[in-house]
Design a protein around this ligand. Structure first.
Ligand code: UN1
Length: 485
């Protein structure tokens, strides 16, 4: 029997009122059942919101220097349990162990960074029209915030939402993804061990739509921060609109790398492959298109294919694995459909794109990283996000054309250019419609102390991370302070 894990509500581990659980399986080996998790319902959400509301009253009043200490403590506990968390992450999500360690380490950094931010919950003072008036702003927390997080970064994304939320005095109810619930539960253990007051962080597991819906609609939830698919994000946006709730969404991307003829080709190939295929392409910041200047197209493509073919697929827990499985059967089917559509529309599949069977691949969701050439902006590969290891090669002659192609999608999360010319880089930085721009590095990756988010349909609301997070997790109060007559 697999272990049964409970929800973390009001500092206690409790079973769902539904009496139902669901299994979490290892995508590299579906015979490995990681555990059973609560399939939570509206009642569990209500219980969590009630706990978070009660906890808010005290949490919001303790000095920032005390809140700060809890975050440092949680960072220390996570750091000490880094191996355990990384292994759980790899086992349930599939990314390689070094990637999991990197992500868990990022989690530690996020907690440390936001610990210090508690002290920087600053307002501003203004001159007033009236000489006797002291005019200033205060920042206050929102109350209870609902967080909905995806399976692909089950440490980093929950933490980069909840760390700013609690440091600024909010309390949270977080619904972690059904595809990587164990990591979410371990985060609950980290906060428990750090001695965080009961009810400040409440963690709920559950099968998709029902728990999300209940969380968004719950009375007492004042704001929702969501990361996930565009489709679900839209639905949440609509519902938050109806209910008058503050909302922040991080959704899809269709991120380009532009390779100029003067680029260091080996460097460009290396970061294109890393951006497209690491974590099996399952990042909203992953590289989906590489737009290459015509003079170097043949040479670049040859190097790209050679490096892609060299990638070692396998169980992320094995030391020599570079690319793990995709998350589940549904995603596998979707990715294969996307690849087939690419073929049907006339793009050339020159490498990978097949499901791997047999040997160690037999009971996992493995797809060979796929490279398409002759992709045009009109094709689905040129427009639609396939959330997996699929890369389209496109061509350009003049830089403005590359920028036009890069911008020809509805998304605008991240983008990169490979060039040795500052002039080319500057022109690209100005012209590209993306929230994050890289020069000579991959489209993925996010340092925790700078804003993260996209333009156009990739994001909605204010940016996450860095000091931008304060805009979402606090509200301003403008004070006119006059002396009594
Ligand atoms: C990264 O590129 O390291 O869901 C972070 C995602 C993004 C996070 C990407 N919100 O993939």
């Amino acid at each position: 029997m697999a272990d049964e894990y409970k929800n973390f509500i009001n500092g206690k581990w409790v079973a769902s009122a539904s009496g139902k659980t669901f299994d979490d399986i290892n995508p590299a080996n579906t015979a490995d059942i990681i555990g059973s998790f609560q399939d939570s319902n509206e009642q569990d959400i209500k219980q969590a919101v009630t706990a978070a509301k009660a906890a808010f009253v005290k949490w919001n009043q303790i000095p920032v220097t005390s809140r700060e200490l809890y975050l440092y403590k949680a960072a220390d506990v996570l750091n000490r349990r880094l191996d355990e968390v990384s292994q759980a992450l790899t086992r349930e999500m599939g990314k390689t162990l070094p990637e999991s360690r990197g992500e868990a380490g990022r989690g530690v950094q996020i907690l440390r960074y936001y610990a210090g931010e508690a002290r920087r919950m600053c307002g501003e003072t203004y001159p007033s029209d009236n000489a006797a008036t002291m005019l200033y702003t205060l920042r206050e927390p929102l109350g209870v915030v609902g967080l909905i997080t995806p399976w692909n970064f089950p440490v980093a994304i929950p933490l980069w939402k909840l760390a700013p939320a609690i440091t600024y005095g909010n309390t949270v109810v977080i619904r972690v993804s059904q595809d990587s619930p164990l990591t979410g539960i371990l985060l609950g253990e980290v906060f428990e061990e750090a001695g965080l007051p009961a009810g400040v962080v409440n963690i709920i597991t559950g099968l998709g739509r029902a728990t999300n819906k209940a969380l968004v609609a719950a009375e007492g939830i004042n704001a929702i921060s969501f990361t996930g698919s565009t489709l679900v994000g839209r639905r949440i946006y609509q519902r938050c609109g109806e209910l008058g709730k503050k909302v922040q969404l991080e959704m899809g991307g269709h991120n380009p790398v532009v390779v100029a003829a003067d680029a260091d080709l080996d460097q460009a190939v290396a970061f294109t492959v890393a951006g497209a295929f690491f974590s099996t392409g399952q990042k909203c910041t992953a590289t989906r298109r590489v737009i290459v200047q015509r003079d170097i197209l043949a040479e670049f493509t040859e190097k790209l294919v050679a490096k892609t073919r060299d990638l070692k697929l396998g169980n992320g827990a094995d030391a020599d694995t570079q690319i793990g499985p995709v998350i589940n059967q549904r995603q596998l089917d979707r990715i294969l459909e996307g690849i087939q559509q690419g073929v049907n529309e006339g793009a050339q599949l020159i490498c990978g794109g097949q499901r791997l069977n047999g040997d160690c691949y037999e009971s996992g969701f493995f797809i060979q990283p796929a490279v398409f050439t002759e992709v045009t902006p009109q094709m689905s590969l040129g427009q639609e996000e396939i959330f997996g290891p699929v890369l389209g090669v496109m061509v350009f002659d003049k830089l403005d054309e590359a920028i036009e192609i890069a911008n020809s999608v509805r998304y605008g999360l991240s983008a990169a250019i490979a060039t040795k010319s500052i002039k080319t880089a500057q022109h690209f930085i100005k012209g590209i419609k993306a929230g994050i721009v890289h020069v000579n590095s991959q489209t993925a990756g996010a340092e925790c102390h700078v804003p993260f988010g996209g333009m156009k349909q990739s994001s909605c609301g204010t940016r996450e991370q860095g000091n931008a997070a304060i805009e979402f997790y606090t509200q301003l109060k403008t004070v006119y302070l006059d002396l009594p007559a």
